[in-house]
Ligand binder design. Structure first.
Ligand code: NAI
Length: 454
């Protein structure tokens, strides 16, 4: 059988592309070697959010006195948390499978290998069957980076070094956890395991955590974490891993730290090898597949979406790229606008970043005004966050008077930021934003307040 589209990889990019393609009537095949739903659903976004929600309930229970509630015997039962996590994943994966079926997408569980092109058709093999398609979408995702630090491979094999995959399935809470890399995964996992009772230390190479997050917000987050007992070793480089823990270098001095478990979270790399991609002559850039803003590669009818292009390794970016890919195939004008994609760190408190930070805006020589307000301007924030020290910062282009950046730390920020993304996407002038009525009392009002401060 010949397909209109063969999709390699069933993560957010792959499965959503199939849903949209099937819905539009394209004869579509999805090939997935491991789990439908990919990393996001099975060992990333969804499992981690399920764990973090349990930690949040537990934290509220332990600190409930200040809200007038007494709970004497709050306990976090990690096994039950993991069982529930598995149930959540199963429910969502089942939902995707039935949606794909309803759109008549064919699904093959197996490893797809690209054989090449014959005539106008691409050929992809799974076990002993060869499938042909007019177009191919590469959505093979990414893998954790494992650095050449001595002891890493042995530690991974022995099980005391973990990636985002294994850490979500630990049977018990390690008494001590060293996290290498203070980025998104490191911070989210630190949040859960600290709440669950581990002694957590984050070792970060840079002099700050949370990567490109606004620097004021990153330092508020770090202070919040320190108050909870999480330790940080910044400007520090791990030089060796052994059965007892890690050795690291800080200001040319060597230190060691004991750890039951070590999480390796120093970033991810696109998966571009081992499945015959080279047979198509697809161009790579910085380790990922080079695509234009419509997800087209340099080879006609070969598309790439999601982490495999290495542009913005976020599930919601993958979703958008998938939709743009299908619209492009259908001949509809569409493109990904990367500058208005928000990113979220689902720590407690949550952190959101959208657009330029003060640092990146300055580097680009942009002329902008900035206003920062305390989240305590929001009545609801005060009512629900005893002792909360969140902020909301907005950056506004001086000439055009529209938003170029919005950054927040404080809960519900993850659910609010899309509103700011719409304002940015539509290039609304702040005078127009001032006329929008925000519901009161909501945490979102902090954005409105910040706009009035510019
Ligand atoms: P990351 O890029 O966010 O952070 C890695 C950190 O490790 C950086 O701060 C880096 O400076 C540090 N680092 C690198 N080498 C090091 C070394 N040898 N020693 C100490 N520190 C070192 O990568 P992470 O956290 O692994 O996440 C991977 C990907 O998954 C990211 O692209 C992220 O966007 C995505 N993700 C997104 C989530 C979300 O949207 N909430 C949640 C989890 C992952």
């Amino acid at each position: 059988m010949s397909y209109d589209l063969i999709v390699l990889g069933g993560g957010p990019a792959g499965y959503l592309a199939c849903e949209r393609a099937g819905h539009a009537g394209l004869k579509t095949l999805l090939i997935e070697k491991r789990f439908l739903g990919g990393v996001c659903l099975n060992e990333g976004c969804i499992p981690s959010k399920t764990l973090l929600y349990s930690a949040k309930i537990y934290d509220y229970a332990r600190h409930s006195k200040k809200y007038g509630i007494t709970t004497d015997h709050a306990m976090l039962d990690h096994k039950t948390v993991v069982t529930r996590k598995n149930k959540v994943v199963k429910t969502l994966v089942g939902g995707i499978r039935s949606k794909l079926k309803s759109y008549h997408v064919d699904m093959v569980d197996g490893f797809g290998e690209i054989l090449g092109k014959s005539g106008e058709e691409f050929r992809v093999q799974v076990d002993n069957t060869t499938y042909s398609g007019k177009r191919v979408l590469i959505a093979t995702g990414s893998l954790p980076i494992t650095p050449p630090i001595p002891g890493t491979e042995d530690g991974l094999a022995a099980g005391h070094v973990l990636t985002n995959r294994e850490i979500l399935d630990l049977n018990e809470i390690p008494s001590s956890l060293v996290i290498i890399g203070g980025g998104v995964i490191g911070l989210e996992m630190a949040s859960y395991f600290n709440s669950a009772g581990s002694s957590v230390t984050i070792i970060e190479m840079l002099d700050h955590i949370a990567g490109y997050t606004d620097s004021d917000i990153a330092s508020i987050l770090m202070k919040n974490y320190q108050k909870k007992g999480i330790q940080f070793q910044l400007s520090s480089k791990v030089t060796a891993i052994n059965a007892d823990g890690v050795v690291y270098e800080h200001k040319n001095q060597q230190f060691s730290i004991q750890a039951d478990k070590i999480l390796m979270s120093i970033g991810r790399r696109p998966v571009v090898e081992g499945f015959g991609l080279e047979k198509l002559g697809v161009e790579l850039v910085r380790g990922g597949i080079k695509v234009d803003e419509t997800t087209r590669t340099n080879i006609p009818n070969v598309y790439a979406a999601g982490d495999v292009n290495g542009y913005s390794m976020l599930a919601h970016t993958a979703y958008r790229e998938a939709e743009v890919c299908i619209n492009t195939i259908l001949g509809k004008k569409d493109q990904v606008r990367y500058h208005t994609i928000p990113s979220v760190i689902y720590t407690n408190p949550e952190v959101v970043s959208l657009g330029e930070t003060e640092e990146t805006a300055r580097e680009k020589g942009l002329d902008f005004d900035v206003a920062t307000v305390s989240m305590r301007y929001s009545g609801r924030y005060v009512a629900e966050n005893e002792g909360g020290d969140g902020i909301c910062k907005v950056l506004v282009d001086k000439q055009y008077r529209h938003l170029i950046g919005v950054h927040m730390i404080g809960n519900y920020a993850s659910e609010i930021i899309y509103g700011a993304a719409i304002m940015m996407e539509m290039e609304m002038r702040i005078e127009d934003i001032k006329e929008i009525v925000f519901p009161h009392p909501t945490v979102s009002e902090a954005i409105r307040e910040a706009i009035f401060e510019v």
